[in-house]
Design a protein. Structure first.
Lengths: 316, 334
């Protein structure tokens, strides 16, 4: 059952398998469950962020503020914990604030007919600025709950671990797939990205959909900020710089069309994994320097964009 | 004569310039010696010169960015291109090239090559500008690091250092470079039909195509110019510190450059452009930074104030906002 509709998805998945296989053949200990699970552990926050970005891009927009939202939520959590809060209410505060932040950006984009690019750029400055106003220094997180949450993991065969960050990330992916492809909201997002004008004529509430999409993206970025603090045990205003670009790259490599209206959440997951494999490969090799990661990701971006172009032309 | 009677052309110019004048007035109020100029050894010194000098890289980027945005595009790669051009020049010097023309030529060539890639992807491949230039934004710093072999390459070359720290007719050389670039590009755009073509492509690419404008070539050209401007800015940055730092050269300057063009009143949708206003925009950004420092507000508020400034400017430009204000006034008047 070969479906043309899923072609970019097939390409992404096969590329991931190919890269992983290449690594396994070349290096001992590469093709293990442990390395595979580490791809998830190391990139859990990026997976969560990129899933949010997928919805934004599907709707025909872009969100440059996610990296600084991650930093802002980390800073807020660490400051609240220092003030004696328990992490759970702090998480709730951050998630609510994140959602409101995204909703405001969505509202500005929709009601004032401004480009998502420039509004979320202002959002990026705002979140980064606010976190440095709250604290310019890195604030350490010390709490028993954090130790147990970050260390929580199931042991898998072969010395691999299924940790809390991975569980959260996978849960987000599954819920996002359901949201995108099996709910009305998902249908509206695809419709809006496909053709905003027709979508409006069909009776889709453009305002609500746009605002929800950006609220969702910022909510997930705030969640990613929580997961990110599991690694760093601190909140720092300069953390996660440039994550928005990684997220966009992952979405593109995952086969989502940047003009909106076409793409799959699962593709984004593989997009992140591909970037992770490239990084792992380079660290296994040892002689290649880390800047090759950037070049390879740039090349992959180019290939996938060219592929998209080709597919869109063929369809017409 | 009221505001409503002014021609649209004048109205377009009034806001950015009024903004700059206002900021300068605030600066004078806070620090009366702001406009003081001193001449030492035939060189001008003073806060104003300092603002101009520091604004030079962003102003250069903004010149190229204005043309790109006028065609309805955007160039995210300029910061990375700065890093590449700096790295190329630095590696040429370190490898023993002494001819200043070769060193500068190498940097410029790198800029044009980068611009060519961007322009080709946008013009001939028909890829969205944000995405096409994102590729070089991500990969560009990697390429620059590759050229530098992962090091911060430092060098000593008097003629090249002149680009960053030299003085010409009493002015710091970066300012002179901005003026030269501005005059050249302005002549190219306004003394030939090119400027009209650029605006035509931005206003409606397919209509321009049908009236015989080679819209693809125009797009290719504006990205090449943007790459060139970025290369000059990158070489200034490298000459200024006497080294090439692939990680930090021009970091986030693409955002400042876009901001400068937007403050200058250009629409991100393309069409009309004014390079002069974009340079005013770059000056506003730099003056704002100085104002924040002078007024004693801790520098950590910098980004917040910038974010507020962007939103206010965007709202002022939005027709929807004007309508809301008009409705509000009517309601109060009735």
């Amino acid at each position: 059952m070969f479906n043309r509709k899923f072609l970019p998805l097939y390409v992404t998945c096969s590329l991931f398998s190919l890269l992983f296989l290449a690594g396994s053949v070349q290096f001992e200990n590469f093709g293990t469950l442990r390395v595979f699970m580490n791809l998830f552990t190391d990139n859990a926050f990026l997976i969560i962020t990129a899933v949010g970005m997928t919805f934004v891009i599907l709707s025909g927009g872009i969100d440059l503020s996610v990296g600084s939202t991650i930093a802002l939520s980390g800073v807020i959590i660490s400051v609240l914990l220092q003030a004696g809060w328990h992490p759970l209410p702090a998480f709730a505060v951050v998630l609510v604030l994140g959602t409101v932040f995204g909703a405001v950006m969505g509202a500005i984009i929709h009601y004032y007919k401004l480009q998502p690019f420039i509004v979320t750029l202002a959002g990026m400055f705002f979140a980064r600025g606010l976190s440095s106003v709250i604290s310019e220094e890195s604030v350490p997180i010390m709490h028993e709950f954090y130790d147990s949450a970050a260390m929580f993991a199931f042991e898998l065969p072969g010395g691999a671990w299924l940790g809390s960050s991975t569980i959260i990330a996978l849960l987000v992916v599954v819920l996002a797939i359901v949201l995108a492809n099996f709910t009305r909201f998902g249908g509206r997002v695809y419709g809006l990205g496909g053709d905003a004008h027709s979508a409006a004529l069909m009776g889709i509430n453009i305002a609500r959909t746009t605002i929800s999409v950006y609220a969702l993206s910022s909510f997930l970025a705030a969640l990613a900020g929580i997961v990110f603090s599991f690694y760093t045990f601190s909140g720092y205003s300069l953390a996660a710089v440039g994550v928005e670009l990684d997220a966009i790259a992952a979405v593109v490599i995952g086969g989502t069309l940047l003009t909106g209206g076409y793409g799959y959440v699962i593709g984004t997951l593989f997009g992140v994994l591909i970037m992770g494999v490239v990084q792992t490969y380079i660290s296994f090799d040892g002689t290649l320097s880390s800047w090759w990661t950037k070049i390879v990701i740039g090349l992959l971006l180019f290939i996938f964009i060219a592929l998209q172009r080709f597919l869109v032309r063929r369809r017409r | 004569m009221s505001y409503a009677n002014l021609s649209p052309e004048v109205r377009r110019f009034i806001w950015p310039i009024a903004g700059l004048v206002l900021l300068l007035l605030v600066n004078v109020l806070i620090s009366p010696e702001f406009f003081q100029l001193e001449v030492k050894d035939g060189r001008l010194y003073g806060s104003v010169i300092d603002v101009l000098n520091r604004a030079a890289p962003v102003a250069l980027l903004a010149i190229g960015m204005t043309l790109v945005i006028a065609t309805g595009g955007i160039d995210l790669s300029v910061g990375s291109v700065m890093a590449i051009a700096g790295a190329v020049s630095a590696s040429l010097i370190v490898s023993g090239v002494d001819n200043i023309a070769l060193i500068i030529g190498g940097g410029l060539l790198a800029g044009v090559a980068a611009g060519f890639v961007n322009g080709f992807l946008v013009g001939y491949f028909g890829i969205q500008p944000i995405v096409a230039t994102l590729i070089l934004m991500v990969a560009g710093r990697g390429i620059a690091q590759l050229i530098n072999a992962g090091q911060i390459v430092t060098f000593h070359h008097d003629a090249f250092a002149f680009l960053g720290v030299g003085y010409f007719l009493g002015l710091p050389f970066p300012i002179v470079l901005v003026i030269i670039t501005f005059v050249l590009v302005q002549l190219l755009m306004r003394r030939t039909a090119l400027g009209l073509f650029v605006e035509g492509v931005g206003a409606n690419a397919s209509a321009s195509h049908y009236i015989g404008i080679n819209d693809k070539l125009i797009k290719l050209m504006v990205y090449c110019i943007s790459g060139l401007c970025a290369a000059v800015a990158g070489m200034i940055a490298a000459a200024d510190i006497g080294g090439s730092d692939a990680n930090n050269a021009g970091l986030w300057l693409e955002l400042d450059a876009i901001l400068a063009v937007v403050i200058g009143g250009a629409s991100l949708m393309g069409g009309r452009f004014s390079i002069f206003l974009s340079i005013i925009g770059a000056l506003i950004i730099q003056t704002l930074t100085i104002t924040i420092i002078l007024s004693g507000v801790p520098p950590k508020f910098n980004l917040l104030i910038k974010a507020a400034a962007i939103i206010i400017i965007l709202l002022l430009q939005s027709p929807e906002f004007h309508r809301q204000v008009a409705r509000f006034r009517k309601r109060r008047g009735a």
